[in-house]
Ligand binder design. Structure first.
Ligand code: ZN
Length: 323
Protein backbone atom coordinates (compact mmCIF):
# COMPACT_ATOMS: atom_id res chain seq x y z
CA UNK A 1 0.00 0.00 0.00
CA UNK A 2 1.36 3.40 -1.05
CA UNK A 3 1.40 5.63 2.04
CA UNK A 4 3.36 8.65 0.76
CA UNK A 5 3.38 9.37 -2.92
CA UNK A 6 6.12 12.00 -3.24
CA UNK A 7 8.53 10.10 -1.02
CA UNK A 8 7.62 6.78 -2.69
CA UNK A 9 6.90 5.02 0.61
CA UNK A 10 4.92 1.78 0.58
CA UNK A 11 3.76 -0.06 3.66
CA UNK A 12 4.52 -3.79 3.76
CA UNK A 13 2.40 -5.31 6.51
CA UNK A 14 3.56 -8.71 7.74
CA UNK A 15 1.80 -11.18 10.04
CA UNK A 16 3.05 -11.87 13.59
CA UNK A 17 2.07 -14.95 15.62
CA UNK A 18 1.09 -12.83 18.65
CA UNK A 19 -1.94 -10.95 19.89
CA UNK A 20 -0.32 -7.93 18.23
CA UNK A 21 -0.76 -9.72 14.94
CA UNK A 22 1.17 -7.61 12.45
CA UNK A 23 4.22 -5.44 11.97
CA UNK A 24 4.45 -2.64 9.42
CA UNK A 25 7.66 -2.49 7.48
CA UNK A 26 8.15 0.18 4.85
CA UNK A 27 9.67 -0.01 1.39
CA UNK A 28 10.85 3.20 -0.22
CA UNK A 29 11.11 3.34 -4.00
CA UNK A 30 13.85 5.43 -5.52
CA UNK A 31 15.30 5.84 -8.99
CA UNK A 32 18.11 3.41 -8.21
CA UNK A 33 16.10 0.77 -6.35
CA UNK A 34 14.32 0.01 -3.09
CA UNK A 35 15.15 0.79 0.51
CA UNK A 36 13.51 -1.19 3.31
CA UNK A 37 12.72 0.04 6.81
CA UNK A 38 12.47 -2.83 9.32
CA UNK A 39 12.26 -6.45 8.29
CA UNK A 40 9.66 -8.45 10.27
CA UNK A 41 10.18 -11.89 11.74
CA UNK A 42 12.23 -14.51 9.98
CA UNK A 43 9.53 -17.17 9.95
CA UNK A 44 7.74 -18.74 7.04
CA UNK A 45 4.82 -16.33 7.21
CA UNK A 46 7.08 -13.25 7.44
CA UNK A 47 9.38 -14.27 4.61
CA UNK A 48 6.41 -15.36 2.48
CA UNK A 49 4.78 -11.99 3.04
CA UNK A 50 7.91 -10.20 1.74
CA UNK A 51 7.99 -12.49 -1.31
CA UNK A 52 4.39 -11.59 -2.05
CA UNK A 53 5.19 -7.87 -1.66
CA UNK A 54 8.24 -8.17 -3.95
CA UNK A 55 6.20 -10.01 -6.60
CA UNK A 56 3.41 -7.42 -6.46
CA UNK A 57 5.89 -4.60 -7.03
CA UNK A 58 8.18 -6.49 -9.45
CA UNK A 59 11.12 -6.12 -7.08
CA UNK A 60 14.16 -8.34 -7.76
CA UNK A 61 16.52 -9.05 -4.88
CA UNK A 62 19.28 -6.98 -6.52
CA UNK A 63 16.92 -3.96 -6.52
CA UNK A 64 17.19 -3.76 -2.71
CA UNK A 65 19.81 -1.11 -1.92
CA UNK A 66 19.68 -0.98 1.85
CA UNK A 67 17.83 -2.27 4.90
CA UNK A 68 17.32 0.25 7.71
CA UNK A 69 16.18 -0.95 11.13
CA UNK A 70 14.62 1.06 13.92
CA UNK A 71 15.64 -1.34 16.72
CA UNK A 72 16.85 -4.82 17.61
CA UNK A 73 13.57 -6.61 18.50
CA UNK A 74 12.88 -9.82 16.54
CA UNK A 75 9.89 -8.38 14.65
CA UNK A 76 12.15 -5.58 13.33
CA UNK A 77 15.60 -7.14 13.02
CA UNK A 78 14.38 -10.72 12.42
CA UNK A 79 14.30 -11.13 8.64
CA UNK A 80 17.14 -8.69 7.91
CA UNK A 81 19.67 -11.55 7.57
CA UNK A 82 17.42 -13.41 5.15
CA UNK A 83 16.93 -10.21 3.11
CA UNK A 84 20.66 -9.51 3.20
CA UNK A 85 21.52 -13.03 2.05
CA UNK A 86 19.43 -12.60 -1.09
CA UNK A 87 20.19 -8.99 -1.93
CA UNK A 88 23.68 -8.40 -0.57
CA UNK A 89 22.31 -5.08 0.72
CA UNK A 90 23.84 -3.42 3.78
CA UNK A 91 21.79 -3.53 7.01
CA UNK A 92 21.84 -0.45 9.25
CA UNK A 93 20.80 -0.06 12.88
CA UNK A 94 21.60 2.42 15.67
CA UNK A 95 24.94 1.85 17.39
CA UNK A 96 23.50 0.91 20.78
CA UNK A 97 21.08 -1.66 19.35
CA UNK A 98 23.81 -3.11 17.12
CA UNK A 99 25.56 -4.12 20.30
CA UNK A 100 22.31 -5.72 21.61
CA UNK A 101 21.95 -7.75 18.41
CA UNK A 102 25.44 -9.07 18.98
CA UNK A 103 24.90 -9.99 22.62
CA UNK A 104 21.25 -11.09 22.71
CA UNK A 105 20.71 -12.79 19.36
CA UNK A 106 24.13 -14.01 18.31
CA UNK A 107 25.27 -15.24 21.73
CA UNK A 108 21.76 -15.66 22.96
CA UNK A 109 21.12 -18.13 25.70
CA UNK A 110 22.54 -16.14 28.61
CA UNK A 111 19.79 -13.53 28.24
CA UNK A 112 17.13 -16.21 28.84
CA UNK A 113 18.88 -17.29 32.02
CA UNK A 114 19.27 -13.68 33.16
CA UNK A 115 15.58 -12.95 32.46
CA UNK A 116 14.57 -16.00 34.49
CA UNK A 117 16.75 -14.88 37.40
CA UNK A 118 15.36 -11.33 37.30
CA UNK A 119 11.74 -12.52 37.32
CA UNK A 120 12.38 -15.04 40.11
CA UNK A 121 14.12 -12.38 42.20
CA UNK A 122 11.04 -10.22 41.70
CA UNK A 123 8.56 -12.70 43.08
CA UNK A 124 7.35 -14.52 39.97
CA UNK A 125 6.74 -18.18 40.90
CA UNK A 126 8.86 -20.67 38.99
CA UNK A 127 5.82 -22.41 37.48
CA UNK A 128 4.99 -19.09 35.81
CA UNK A 129 8.57 -18.02 35.00
CA UNK A 130 9.51 -21.22 33.17
CA UNK A 131 6.80 -21.04 30.48
CA UNK A 132 7.42 -17.28 30.11
CA UNK A 133 11.11 -17.93 29.41
CA UNK A 134 10.23 -20.88 27.19
CA UNK A 135 8.00 -18.55 25.12
CA UNK A 136 10.89 -16.08 24.85
CA UNK A 137 13.29 -18.80 23.73
CA UNK A 138 10.97 -19.58 20.84
CA UNK A 139 11.65 -16.10 19.44
CA UNK A 140 15.39 -16.63 18.97
CA UNK A 141 15.10 -18.69 15.73
CA UNK A 142 13.02 -15.85 14.24
CA UNK A 143 16.19 -13.71 14.15
CA UNK A 144 18.13 -16.18 11.98
CA UNK A 145 20.06 -16.09 9.73
CA UNK A 146 21.70 -13.16 11.49
CA UNK A 147 22.50 -10.11 9.42
CA UNK A 148 25.79 -8.28 9.61
CA UNK A 149 24.88 -4.75 10.65
CA UNK A 150 26.46 -1.36 10.12
CA UNK A 151 25.78 1.33 12.66
CA UNK A 152 24.09 4.71 12.49
CA UNK A 153 24.57 7.56 14.92
CA UNK A 154 22.07 10.21 16.02
CA UNK A 155 22.05 13.11 13.58
CA UNK A 156 23.29 11.00 10.65
CA UNK A 157 21.65 11.61 7.31
CA UNK A 158 20.61 8.57 5.31
CA UNK A 159 19.07 8.35 1.86
CA UNK A 160 15.95 6.24 1.47
CA UNK A 161 14.83 6.30 -2.14
CA UNK A 162 15.42 9.77 -3.55
CA UNK A 163 15.22 11.74 -0.30
CA UNK A 164 17.28 12.11 2.80
CA UNK A 165 16.18 11.32 6.33
CA UNK A 166 17.68 12.27 9.64
CA UNK A 167 18.43 9.60 12.24
CA UNK A 168 16.83 10.57 15.57
CA UNK A 169 17.75 8.65 18.71
CA UNK A 170 14.57 7.84 20.67
CA UNK A 171 15.57 5.49 23.50
CA UNK A 172 13.03 3.85 25.80
CA UNK A 173 11.38 1.02 23.90
CA UNK A 174 14.96 -0.12 23.39
CA UNK A 175 18.06 1.72 24.57
CA UNK A 176 19.14 2.43 20.99
CA UNK A 177 15.81 2.85 19.19
CA UNK A 178 15.99 5.26 16.24
CA UNK A 179 13.40 7.00 14.06
CA UNK A 180 13.94 8.23 10.51
CA UNK A 181 12.67 11.74 9.75
CA UNK A 182 12.23 13.43 6.39
CA UNK A 183 12.32 17.17 6.90
CA UNK A 184 11.08 18.17 3.45
CA UNK A 185 7.72 16.42 3.77
CA UNK A 186 7.74 16.22 7.58
CA UNK A 187 7.33 12.46 7.69
CA UNK A 188 8.47 10.37 10.64
CA UNK A 189 9.13 6.63 10.36
CA UNK A 190 8.59 6.06 14.05
CA UNK A 191 9.26 2.32 14.55
CA UNK A 192 7.87 1.36 17.95
CA UNK A 193 8.58 4.75 19.56
CA UNK A 194 5.20 6.24 18.65
CA UNK A 195 2.26 3.93 18.06
CA UNK A 196 -1.42 4.74 17.66
CA UNK A 197 -3.87 2.96 19.95
CA UNK A 198 -1.31 1.07 22.04
CA UNK A 199 1.56 2.32 24.16
CA UNK A 200 5.03 1.03 23.34
CA UNK A 201 6.31 -1.59 25.72
CA UNK A 202 8.97 -0.16 28.03
CA UNK A 203 10.96 -3.00 29.58
CA UNK A 204 13.71 -3.30 32.13
CA UNK A 205 16.29 -5.76 30.77
CA UNK A 206 18.36 -8.02 33.06
CA UNK A 207 21.57 -6.89 31.47
CA UNK A 208 24.36 -5.01 33.24
CA UNK A 209 24.89 -3.13 29.97
CA UNK A 210 21.26 -2.01 29.64
CA UNK A 211 19.93 1.30 30.92
CA UNK A 212 18.37 0.93 34.38
CA UNK A 213 15.78 3.63 33.82
CA UNK A 214 14.25 3.03 30.37
CA UNK A 215 10.97 4.78 31.24
CA UNK A 216 12.79 8.02 31.98
CA UNK A 217 14.57 7.70 28.62
CA UNK A 218 11.26 7.09 26.88
CA UNK A 219 9.49 10.08 28.42
CA UNK A 220 12.49 12.30 27.69
CA UNK A 221 12.60 11.04 24.08
CA UNK A 222 8.87 11.71 23.66
CA UNK A 223 9.29 15.27 24.89
CA UNK A 224 12.36 15.77 22.70
CA UNK A 225 10.36 15.27 19.49
CA UNK A 226 7.19 17.02 20.66
CA UNK A 227 8.07 20.18 18.72
CA UNK A 228 9.14 18.41 15.54
CA UNK A 229 7.07 19.61 12.57
CA UNK A 230 5.29 16.44 11.51
CA UNK A 231 2.61 15.88 8.88
CA UNK A 232 2.58 12.09 8.98
CA UNK A 233 3.77 9.37 11.37
CA UNK A 234 4.42 5.94 9.88
CA UNK A 235 4.41 3.53 12.84
CA UNK A 236 5.52 -0.11 13.01
CA UNK A 237 2.14 -1.25 14.32
CA UNK A 238 -1.30 0.21 13.56
CA UNK A 239 -2.24 2.80 10.98
CA UNK A 240 -0.36 5.90 9.83
CA UNK A 241 -1.51 9.01 11.67
CA UNK A 242 -1.18 12.77 11.44
CA UNK A 243 -1.59 13.85 15.06
CA UNK A 244 1.91 13.41 16.48
CA UNK A 245 1.83 16.07 19.20
CA UNK A 246 -1.58 14.93 20.41
CA UNK A 247 -0.42 11.30 20.54
CA UNK A 248 2.67 12.30 22.56
CA UNK A 249 0.39 14.11 25.01
CA UNK A 250 -1.76 10.99 25.39
CA UNK A 251 1.28 8.78 26.01
CA UNK A 252 2.72 11.14 28.64
CA UNK A 253 -0.66 11.12 30.36
CA UNK A 254 -0.91 7.31 30.12
CA UNK A 255 2.42 6.93 31.94
CA UNK A 256 1.47 9.51 34.57
CA UNK A 257 -1.66 7.47 35.32
CA UNK A 258 0.25 4.19 35.21
CA UNK A 259 2.85 5.53 37.67
CA UNK A 260 0.07 6.58 40.06
CA UNK A 261 -1.45 3.10 39.81
CA UNK A 262 1.94 1.45 40.42
CA UNK A 263 2.39 3.57 43.56
CA UNK A 264 -1.08 2.71 44.80
CA UNK A 265 -0.56 -1.01 44.12
CA UNK A 266 2.83 -1.08 45.83
CA UNK A 267 1.85 0.72 49.03
CA UNK A 268 3.92 -0.28 52.03
CA UNK A 269 5.51 -3.26 50.32
CA UNK A 270 5.05 -5.53 47.34
CA UNK A 271 7.07 -7.51 44.85
CA UNK A 272 7.11 -6.44 41.22
CA UNK A 273 5.11 -9.57 40.40
CA UNK A 274 2.37 -8.61 42.88
CA UNK A 275 2.23 -5.11 41.40
CA UNK A 276 2.19 -6.58 37.88
CA UNK A 277 -0.85 -8.74 38.65
CA UNK A 278 -2.70 -5.72 39.96
CA UNK A 279 -1.98 -3.37 37.09
CA UNK A 280 -2.44 -6.06 34.41
CA UNK A 281 -5.43 -8.00 35.83
CA UNK A 282 -6.47 -9.34 32.44
CA UNK A 283 -5.60 -12.82 31.19
CA UNK A 284 -2.19 -12.60 29.51
CA UNK A 285 -0.32 -14.95 27.17
CA UNK A 286 3.18 -15.99 28.29
CA UNK A 287 4.59 -13.53 25.79
CA UNK A 288 2.42 -10.68 27.13
CA UNK A 289 3.23 -11.59 30.72
CA UNK A 290 6.96 -11.09 30.05
CA UNK A 291 6.21 -7.63 28.62
CA UNK A 292 3.88 -6.83 31.55
CA UNK A 293 6.44 -7.89 34.16
CA UNK A 294 9.37 -6.09 32.53
CA UNK A 295 7.19 -2.98 32.07
CA UNK A 296 6.12 -3.04 35.73
CA UNK A 297 9.80 -3.22 36.68
CA UNK A 298 10.55 -0.23 34.42
CA UNK A 299 7.86 1.81 36.23
CA UNK A 300 9.09 0.71 39.66
CA UNK A 301 12.70 1.58 38.81
CA UNK A 302 11.60 5.00 37.51
CA UNK A 303 10.00 5.69 40.89
CA UNK A 304 13.10 4.43 42.72
CA UNK A 305 15.28 6.81 40.69
CA UNK A 306 12.90 9.66 41.51
CA UNK A 307 13.22 8.87 45.19
CA UNK A 308 9.51 8.08 45.51
CA UNK A 309 10.03 4.42 46.18
CA UNK A 310 12.65 2.28 47.82
CA UNK A 311 13.95 -1.14 46.98
CA UNK A 312 14.96 -3.65 49.65
CA UNK A 313 15.60 -7.38 49.84
CA UNK A 314 13.60 -9.77 51.92
CA UNK A 315 14.39 -13.48 51.86
CA UNK A 316 16.15 -13.19 48.50
CA UNK A 317 13.23 -11.35 46.91
CA UNK A 318 13.19 -7.69 45.86
CA UNK A 319 10.51 -5.66 47.66
CA UNK A 320 9.37 -2.20 46.65
CA UNK A 321 7.71 0.25 49.01
CA UNK A 322 6.69 3.89 49.01
CA UNK A 323 9.10 6.29 50.65
ZN1 ZN B 1 9.83 -3.41 19.45
Amino acid sequence: MLVHEQLGIYQARHPLPFKLNHVNCYAVKGQDGWYLVDSGLSNEAGRGSWQKFFAEHSIQSQDIRGIYLTHFHPDHYGASGWLQEQSGAPVYIGGIDAERVERYWKHGDWILQAMQEMFTANGMPLEVTLPVIEAMSRLLPFTRPHSEVQTLQPGDSVRLGDYSYKVILTPGHTDGHICYYNEEFQVLLSGDHLLPGISSNISLWPDPGADRNPLDNFLTALRSIEGLPCELVLPAHGRPFTTMAERIGQLLEHHRERLALVKESTGQGATAYQVCLQIFPQELSMHELRFAMAETLAHLMYLVYRGEMKLSQSGGVDMYSLV
